[in-house]
Design a protein around this ligand. Structure first.
Ligand SMILES: *[C@@H]1O[C@H](CO)[C@@H](O)[C@H](O)[C@H]1NC(C)=O
Ligand SMILES: *[C@@H]1O[C@H](CO)[C@@H](O)[C@H](O)[C@H]1NC(C)=O
Ligand SMILES: *[C@@H]1O[C@H](CO)[C@@H](O)[C@H](O)[C@H]1NC(C)=O
Ligand SMILES: *[C@@H]1O[C@H](CO)[C@@H](O)[C@H](O)[C@H]1NC(C)=O
Ligand SMILES: *[C@@H]1O[C@H](CO)[C@@H](O)[C@H](O)[C@H]1NC(C)=O
Length: 469
């Protein structure tokens, strides 16, 4: 308590007084106290604790990963720890997960303040946003070549090292139930980290109490993802019969680098047939880049390794898709970085929602994650896979083809699930895995359908099938 008082004495806002009252366990070690967030600039009053800072995962290279923990307002000690990861590869879970999907705060239009998310996931779990690998967001490496040869392998190893060290810093989480969650390219990170944890638990005296994983619009298997994506384009009338046939006949969906003929068919589909749509939500209104050009021709690269591109578009469905821009202003503010204990080593470039250098130079990517699914299921982990069904980047058809390959027995046959008396989507419970769609949601499900996504999360944590009415 003494150390806490020392760090908090610096805080002078009203929020300070409020937070002191809400310290639940009273005891913080020095490191925890160091990471404790008094209040973020422009933050409304809240009744939960927040921590953020760095964990060194590789001393030789000087790699440190940045995290932000937002605890539950009520009985945080009895609630699980949920790690959330975004994809890219190269994209930040502070930018996406924390600031526009599941975190407690949203950034306002002038980037001068925060307001409360109506469906924050931290009401039922303690949320740990991790920026991984080094090079993403505030996470950094002192060895600049790390940005040029990082891939799946290093991401998984460093993320495990992070968790092990982090548990040491936060002893009250040591035996806590842990769930790993994320979307998009985190379809690689989450299962791969789960596999690293399972390996770690076999040999370590300090096992991590991993209970399950949940991923959404997840990159899963190159072959089925490619096949399912082209199929989605055709079945949603985004491409012609002719282009569909050509793609099916000329592309080898098992290969990462395809023939020129195949590549040119992809270009034709995107440049000549898609039109100016948001591929991450095909029913969103067209969007303009800031220079006034349309955003129709996105690169194949982004298609293979999906991340949300930096485009401006209009407000729709009650959400404002420009939040990445607000995030890039907000998290580059000096006072915000101070409050977050971020960028303490003067990183030589700006904070961005996605690191394109990392993305372009991604070193290694596993062809298929399905073998890890088999391992997780055999290991008794709870495995949930969801899919926003209007995303054309990692579409629902891709996920269904991938999961079908697992040939799992059905436990509860396909049914519509409900949220507030509306069909939230459809679900089927298999032996060892639950699959659920979210109707009308784009690539970032909690952004587009926050209420439905929250229901999904609550059902996942309880380990219960989604509501039948
Ligand atoms: C990176 O280098 C800075 C400046 O020398 C140093 O302060 C910091 O501790 C290093 N980071 C890691 C993770 O070793
Ligand atoms: C953003 O938040 C700041 C600080 O709370 C406030 O002064 C400002 O009016 C807000 N702006 C908008 C557009 O909501
Ligand atoms: C895109 O730009 C065009 C031309 O400047 C304009 O007419 C249109 O309204 C813009 N669309 C959006 C969604 O801002
Ligand atoms: C870190 O701080 C330096 C110096 O203030 C700034 O130039 C740089 O943009 C910051 N980088 C990040 C990633 O926050
Ligand atoms: C880069 O990928 C290759 C395999 O494709 C792997 O052997 C190597 O270890 C990777 N490098 C790093 C730094 O992870």
């Amino acid at each position: 308590m003494a150390i806490m008082a020392k760090t908090q004495i610096l805080a002078s806002s009203m929020v300070f007084a409020f937070l002191v009252v809400s310290v639940v366990d009273g005891v913080m070690n020095e490191e925890e106290a160091h990471d404790h967030i008094n209040a973020l600039p422009g933050q409304p009053k809240v009744s939960f604790q927040q921590f953020s800072g760095y964990v060194t995962v590789n001393k030789v290279a000087g790699r440190a990963l940045f995290y932000w923990l937002t605890e539950a307002p009520q009985e945080p000690l009895s609630k699980p720890l949920v790690v959330w990861l975004n994809g890219g590869p190269g994209c930040s879970s502070v930018a996406y997960g924390a600031s526009e999907e599941i975190g407690p705060f949203r950034i306002n239009k002038t980037s001068s303040g925060l307001y409360l998310n109506k469906f924050p996931w931290n009401t039922v779990a303690n949320l740990l946003f991790l920026e991984t690998p080094a090079g993403v967001g505030f996470s950094y490496s002192n060895r600049s070549s790390d940005l040029l040869d990082t891939g799946d392998r290093r991401t998984a190893e460093d993320s495990l090292e992070f968790l092990v060290q982090w548990m040491g810093r936060f002893p009250r989480y040591k035996h806590r139930e842990v769930y790993l969650t994320g979307e998009s390219y985190a379809g690689h990170y989450v299962p791969q980290l789960a596999r690293e944890i399972m390996k770690h638990n076999r040999i370590s005296k300090h096992p991590i109490n991993l209970k399950g994983i949940m991923v959404g619009n997840a990159v899963t298997d190159n072959y089925y993802d490619n096949l399912g994506t082209v199929t989605y384009w055709w079945s949603h009338a985004m491409i012609s019969d002719r282009t569909y046939r050509h793609l099916m006949n000329t592309c080898d969906f098992r290969r990462q680098k395809n023939s020129d003929e195949c590549e040119s068919m992809y270009s034709y589909a995107m440049d000549k047939e898609f039109g100016n749509i948001d591929q991450y939500n095909i029913y969103a209104p067209p969007c303009n880049n800031s220079d006034g050009s349309t955003a129709s021709s996105r690169t194949r690269h982004a298609m293979r390794l999906p991340h949300r591109p930096h485009t401006m578009f209009r407000q729709m469905y009650g959400y404002d898709p420009c939040t990445e821009k607000y995030a890039e202003v907000y998290y580059n503010r000096l006072d915000v970085q101070k409050a977050l204990h971020a960028n303490t080593t003067r990183i030589p470039y700006k904070w961005t929602a996605c690191n394109e250098v990392l993305n372009r130079n991604w070193n290694d990517t596993e062809f298929s994650i399905l073998p890890i699914y088999r391992e997780m299921i055999a290991g008794g982990l709870r495995v949930w896979v969801f899919s926003g069904d209007v995303d054309s980047v990692v579409p629902v058809t891709a996920t269904r083809y991938s999961l079908a390959e697992l040939k799992l027995a059905t436990k509860v046959p396909w049914y519509p699930w409900y949220v507030k008396k509306q069909v939230g989507g459809w679900t089927e419970v298999y032996e060892g895995l639950t699959f659920a769609t979210v109707r009308g949601a784009g690539h970032e499900v909690p952004l587009f359908k926050p209420r439905a996504a929250f229901q999904l999360f609550k059902s996942f944590l309880k380990g219960e099938p989604l509501p039948k009415s």
